[in-house]
Design a protein around this ligand. Structure first.
Ligand code: B9F
Length: 124
């Protein structure tokens, strides 16, 4: 089986697109995230991301994490995930995200974090 490369253009089941750069010497990468959904009246802006890939495993189905710094909201989303390649060479990123919303006070903290899963496939 081929190993999974994070670099490139990806789309998730919501229709959000992201572009990931090549890895640097330490496994770090950057990218940009264009969310298809936002649950806000604000205009969506393409937002930067920074991540790290874990050292490639023998099987090549690498783990990674990245953070998206939204440019249109005082919130932040972190993703963790793993890249899988099937026997046909199709790559899938299986991810789980946490979104922290800015809330005005500690009494609102209980409702400030959302969680979900996103599955990304490569755009040809
Ligand atoms: O909608 C988020 C937001 C934060 C404060 C006002 C708007 C920013 C964009 C998040 C996009 C999420 C989804 N897109 C995607 O591809 S990140 C995880 C999902 N995967 C209102 C208050 C908090 C959220 C909505 Fe807001």
């Amino acid at each position: 089986a081929r190993k999974c490369e994070l670099q490139g253009l990806w789309r998730n089941q919501l229709g959000s697109n992201m572009t990931l750069s090549a890895l640097d010497a330490t496994g770090g990468f950057t990218g940009s995230y264009h969310t298809a959904v936002a649950a806000t009246n604000k205009q969506i802006l393409v937002s930067p991301l920074k991540g790290v890939q874990q050292h490639p495993s023998a099987k090549g189905q690498v783990t990674f994490g990245f953070t998206v710094q939204w440019q249109f909201a005082d919130s932040i989303t972190v993703f963790v995930g793993q890249c899988f390649v099937d026997h046909r060479g199709k790559e899938t990123l299986e991810t789980t995200w946490l979104l922290r919303e800015e809330v005005p006070s500690r009494k609102d903290s209980w409702k400030a974090t959302r969680i979900g899963t996103n599955v990304f496939t490569r755009l040809k």
